[in-house]
Structure formats: structure tokens, C-alpha cells
Design a binder for this molecule. Structure first.
Ligand code: PBG
Length: 328
């Protein structure tokens, strides 16, 4: 005779909702936003259907809409005009640069919106690298000094949380130290601590025109700083070091292919864990849905739920608005 029947708790939706372990709400999301110079611009990104770059005037409307939907944090990325790019990324420190104006625009429009900013050289680098290139290498320590200054500039413009995505060694300590010295005790650091050298970033590099260039003496990929997808234990080491150096939030990136890493990290850390569901993950589902091969909404919900179940406290996702529309 069967006495124990698991199906009793799956019998109808009411009982299923009673025993459900994870639910998705607008509080789970960080919304990535792409910003461009100009006026009245809302241009769709070719490899990211229904995702846009905004000029600052139209960014305001987007921010208001997100806030109304209950989406309370954004992660800003800027597309920098070619003539402002160089090897050192000097434009990144311009107090009146696009990022700095974007931060102010969001804060003026909606003071309570959490503004997170990407800290890395790639959108500003003529070579499309996250750090300074010298003799065929991405140099670590000079880049770290620069990234600390970049974080300070974002904090001065009003950023709540700076998010270094560069994977240089020692950058969290350098950033935290400078922010403290300059009195920015409340500016948080969300570290991309386990960021893999992934092929899933392709559409993002289209969005910002930030792919590594094909040039002699310039590395063609980011494998000398981003992590090897073959490695698991190393992600824990990277993450614990970042927490030691002062990271407030740690991150795993990309999402779906790396959920084992998310769980490993969640099991050992005492800070919130973010997951970045990246551009290629977004593009893949949009393309399959366009062909009628997958049910967009059902697969999207299964994906974000799986990321949360794996251990994410928050998800940076291009699906944030789609999800919130669906569940509200
Ligand atoms: C740049 C950066 C990248 C992403 C976030 N910050 C690209 C890269 O490392 O090449 C990727 C995000 C995405 O694909 O959605 N430092």
C-alpha cells in the first residue's frame, strides 16, 4: 500500500501555492539600461528585440514607468561616441560625461530609485577592453587605480551603488578605500565577483559597440581577466576575496549556465548574491519565441524562478519589465 503520496501537495493550484518555496516579485529585479547622447532617441538594439538605448530626455519617462511598476533599481551603461574613446578611458572621469549626467537624470526624476553604475573601461576603451592595454596585455594595477577614480566620480554624481564588472585583481579594496577617504561611506559596491569569459555577452557588445577590436598587440578576447567557464571552485575563491576587500553585494554572471556557481556561493557567503541574466540569454529566448518554438512567457518565468531557486537574492535582467507585466 502507498502511504506517502507527494502528489497530495500538488493536487490543485491552491495547495501548490501554499507549499511554493520561491515566488517572483518586482523587488527581485535590477533593470539594466543603455544610455546614448542625443535627444528624443529610443532605438531598438538589433540583437535584443524590444530593448532600447535611450537619450537622457526619454530616459526620464522610462524611469517613471519602471518606478510605477514597482521596479526600484537600475543599472546604467553608456554608449560612448568613438571620438571620446582612448586607451585610458579618460572620458569616464568627466564630471559632465554621459554616465554622470545619466545618474543625475535618474536621481532628479526619481530620487528613491536605486542607481547602480557599471564600472569598467570597455565602453570608453578604443580597444574594447575593460582595462588599459600595454604590450599586448591588460595591465592590472594601473587599471585598478583608474577604476577607483571612476567609482568616485560616479559616487560624486549621485550613484547609490557602483558595480565593477572588470575582473581586475584588488579593485574592490582600491575602490572601497578611496570612497571611504572621500566620505562616501554609504556608497555601496556590488562586485561582479564571479564573471565568466562568456560568449553570451555578444548582444550587449552590439548595444554599446564595445567588443574587443581585432588589432595586432590587442588581446582578441577577455580570457586573461574574466573566468574560465570550466572552473567552479575558483568562483568561490574570487567571491570570498571580494567580500574580504569590502564588497556589499556579490554577483555571478551569466545566469542560467552558471546556476551551480550561484548555489555554491549562496551556501558560503553572508552578503546578498546577485545574478546577471545576460544579453545572450535574453536574445536566445526572444529568437526562439519569434520562431514560435518556445512559449516566451512560460520559459521566461521558469528561467527567472530557476535563478532565484538556485540562490539569487536579486536578478539583473532585461526581462524585468516583461516579468512584472505578466505577474501584476
Ligand atoms: C563590461 C560588461 C559586459 C557586460 C556587463 N558589463 C560585457 C563584457 O564583459 O564584455 C555584459 C552584460 C550582458 O551581456 O548583458 N564590463
Amino acid at each position: 500500500m502507498i502511504l506517502k503520496r507527494n502528489r497530495r501537495l500538488r493536487h490543485n493550484e491552491s495547495i501548490r501555492s501554499l507549499v511554493r518555496e520561491n515566488i517572483i516579485s518586482p523587488n527581485d529585479f535590477i533593470v539594466p539600461l543603455f544610455v546614448v547622447e542625443g535627444n528624443n532617441i529610443k532605438e531598438e538594439i538589433a540583437s535584443m528585440p524590444n530593448y532600447y538605448r535611450f537619450s537622457l530626455d526619454l530616459l526620464k519617462n522610462e524611469i517613471k514607468e519602471l518606478w510605477k511598476m514597482g521596479l526600484k533599481s537600475v543599472l546604467l551603461f553608456v554608449k560612448v561616441p568613438d571620438h571620446l574613446k582612448d586607451n585610458e578611458g579618460k572620458e569616464a572621469l568627466n564630471a559632465d560625461g554621459l554616465m554622470q549626467r545619466a545618474i543625475k537624470t535618474v536621481k532628479d526624476t526619481c530620487p528613491e530609485m536605486i542607481v547602480m553604475t557599471d564600472v569598467a573601461l570597455d565602453p570608453y576603451s578604443e580597444y574594447g577592453h575593460d582595462g588599459i592595454v600595454s604590450n599586448g596585455e591588460i595591465v592590472n594595477d594601473r587599471t585598478v587605480d583608474f577604476l577607483a577614480k571612476m567609482s568616485l566620480s560616479h559616487a560624486q554624481a549621485g550613484a547609490d551603488i557602483v558595480a565593477p564588472s572588470d575582473m581586475m585583481d584588488g579593485r574592490i579594496l582600491a575602490m572601497r578605500t578611496l570612497l571611504e577617504e572621500e566620505g562616501f561611506h554609504n556608497t555601496g559596491i556590488m562586485s561582479y565577483s564571479a564573471k565568466y569569459a562568456s560568449a553570451f555577452y555578444g548582444p550587449f557588445r552590439d548595444a554599446l559597440d564595445s567588443a574587443p577590436v581585432d588589432m595586432q598587440d590587442v588581446p582578441k578576447d577577455k580570457r586573461s581577466y574574466q573566468m574560465d567557464p570550466a572552473n567552479r571552485d575558483e568562483a568561490v575563491k574570487e567571491t570570498l576575496m571580494d567580500i574580504d576587500e569590502g564588497a556589499d553585494i556579490v554577483m555571478v554572471k551569466p545566469g542560467l549556465c552558471y546556476l551551480d556557481i550561484v548555489r555554491d556561493i549562496r551556501n558560503v557567503v553572508d552578503v546578498p548574491v546577485a545574478v546577471y541574466q545576460v544579453s545572450g540569454e535574453y536574445a536566445m529566448l526572444k529568437a526562439a519565441a519569434e520562431k514560435g518554438w518556445l512559449n516566451h512567457d512560460a520559459v521566461m518565468m521558469e528561467q527567472v524562478l530557476s535563478i532565484k531557486r538556485a540562490g539569487a537574492h536579486m536578478i539583473a535582467s532585461y526581462f524585468a519589465k516583461d516579468v512584472v507585466k505578466l505577474i501584476s
